[in-house]
Design a protein around this ligand. Sequence first.
Ligand SMILES: [Zn+2]
Length: 228
Amino acid sequence: MRLSRVFIVVLCLVAVSGFVYAGSGSGDESLTKLLDGNKRFASGELAKKDIGNERRRELTKGQHPFATVLSCSDSRVAPELVFDQGLGDIFIVRVAGNVVEPTTIGSIEYGAEHLHIPLLVILGHESCGAVTAAVDAKGEPEGNIGAILKKIMPAVKTAKKAKKDKEGTLDMAIQENIRNTYKEIMKKSKIMKELVHEGKVKVIGAEYYLGTGKVEMVELETASHAHH
Ligand SMILES: [Zn+2]
């Protein structure tokens, strides 16, 4: 009889944990997994990932990624590699300059609301070509690439006001652009705003450094931005 009591307790625990938002743990747990993976990547000691036939078959039943990463399209910033993760682990949205518009915000919402992913990482990177192009742009950017640059321009303006050297301006624009993307998601996505306020989704900013292979956190709300 004692065994059945244990069984009931276990059932209750499973039921209770079912109400916790993520099937795959909290945003903090997800962040730890990513940062541990990045440590392995940066040190060149990659984990042996299960991407065999069996894992692939298992994933046909459904996906349960533990993190969403919005990153630049830059071929050197591939999230699965940079965070040393396998198939089915990360829900990824990639676009040059890691900017957002309705379809990309929709993808992020899908991950948070339907896949119950508890973490969103907005990942910019060192020497970003898109941000560099926005810093160097003369006049009003045009065409489809121009549409990306226009999104990055507010970050460039802020960085140029700080009157740093060329490299300093670029570095600052890269980080400001991460913060602007965060602000835009919070402003334009009711779903994300609610999930973040309810503590169901954690959003963090990060920058990837090409040379070291390391991902460093970027403060999303700096003192100068915290108006509210
Ligand atoms: Zn880039």
